[in-house]
Design a protein. Sequence first.
Length: 638
Amino acid sequence: MTPRTGPVAPTDGALRPLDVDGVRLNAGGLLGAWQRRNATATLPHCVAQLEEAGALDNVRRVLGLTDREHTPMWFADSDIYKTLEAAAWELAHPDADPRLREFVESTAELLAKVQDDDGYLNTYFTTEKPELRWRELDWSHELYCAGHLIQAAVAAARVGVGERLPGVARRFADLIVARYGPGGVPAVCGHAQIETALVELYRLTGHRPYLDTARRFIDLRGQGLGGHGRFGPAYWQDHVPVREASTATGHVVRQWYLLAGAVDVAVETGDPELISAAERLWEDAHGTKTYITGGQGARHRDEAFGNAYELPPERAYAETCGAIASFQWNWRMLLATGTGRYADAMETALYNAIAAAIATDGRHFFYANPLQRRADHDSANDHAPDRRQPWYSCACCPPNLARLMASLQSYLATTDADGLQVHLYGSGMVSARVGDTAVGLAVVTGYPWQGQVRMTVTTQPAQAPREWTLALRIPAWCTSFTLTVDGAPVTAPVRAGYARISRAWPTTSTVVLDLDMPPRLVTAHPYVDAVRGCVALARGPLVYCVEQADLPAGIPLADVRVDTSAAVRPSTVGDLPDGVVALTATGLARPPSTPPLYGESREVSPGRPVALTAIPYFLWGNRVEGPMRVWIPTDATP
Ligand SMILES: [Zn+2]
């Protein structure tokens, strides 16, 4: 029987993920509420949009069942596959909507019918451009789409739904191995994804050629096989071999999907050189090219990283898929190394860049995630609209959100030979095995609104109780915390980002972790010219922003600075969802003036004090539309 593992099931590495049933999120907590909203709103919306936007008709068109034209986006098959994957992960939950099973099964049936005898499956190249099949791997996304099909099939197999899907994916994967595997045509796909998918298929099946082919795709990078393209070879990370790369470069999603594949290959083949390359790129990206929200990608033109410290807030591209790809890659790095900085990066991206991409209704989405909107904002870019949209012509982001949220519980905790690790804090129930001991962890917390995490630890040793370690992540933003076990204070050493409590645990204990969560005024590295003289408000893992809607009438957001000498306090705002903690600071409103655009000196006026309310960045744009900013000038600036 296939183990019910979640996304990413390495056979080696520092930490082992739990299976999909290992954590149940409670819908009363924020993470559980997000997962519930995904089940009831986002996922059904994605399924409906596959019909409305035409992605499913692309498939029926192959069978002559519709004369509707193929969607303009030639890789729309991947929208179907990501939604299938999301549905599969959702079906792992006991309260899943049974109609999803019908969607998975009927779609798998349809895909099986349109698959060529040789295993090939791509609606665009089958109906529109058969003469170009396998001829334009730089832009064709054929291997990219295949990768998403494989990931959907792996998810379906792991949770035991969509019986036909794994067979369809394997036939296509076998064709890819025969054509591009060892001894085959040397080639790379312009959009990485096939690499990580093939490793996951290897993990599911044990069929070594899938792993060897993934490794070959990784090793063939940097030889110019992808061609120059519109944006140069760095755009698709073909400018330098993966092992030699030192900077995060090019299209953000392509970069992280490629490195996800590289880490997967490294873990399965025991290849420390690839892990070192991934660590180098992590340091470059997270040290110099990541927004405070965890989003990445400063450039709209090619959806790419900018130079180091090139992080303009209003021109942030920070594609939703880029943040999801970063989250997924950081998870692989965490599993491989056991180091907390990867979980920190996941948390920042999740609570800010990723969460902001979904409206509170679960049915509208941002593609780009800027950190500032001006009053007269007018985006010429379809992918950076003023407000969240129900769908996009390039609909990569919404189903990507759906598959992440459906499997969110899989990212909370892991085990190793020594114990249980908790990486993300959310109310729910963790069930795991540490050696021969069954361990339960009932977690109750108001995180991220409060820093207290209360855990009831239950153990059922098969033999005599033995010592094991409960490791709790202490986020990098937290400078002070307390820990008690059954009411008694405990001093736990923090190693690699985790407070570790080792003991022979009794049948039941109560562990309380209190993370101090004072509001913070964050400044950026002085090289980030775009926000020099500004601060961002943050509390716990959340970045905050100020919206025009919370300012007194007649005071434009552009004229407000933060009084950095005044206190910042947690507060509530009436029109935000229940439980949301806002921050109240003191603003200083500049007198209205129309100074010249340029001048030799500019006065720092004291300004009029106004109450300044900041709301979690992820909630921006959900009430009235208007200006918003994360980075706010201080009282020291003109
Ligand atoms: Zn996207």
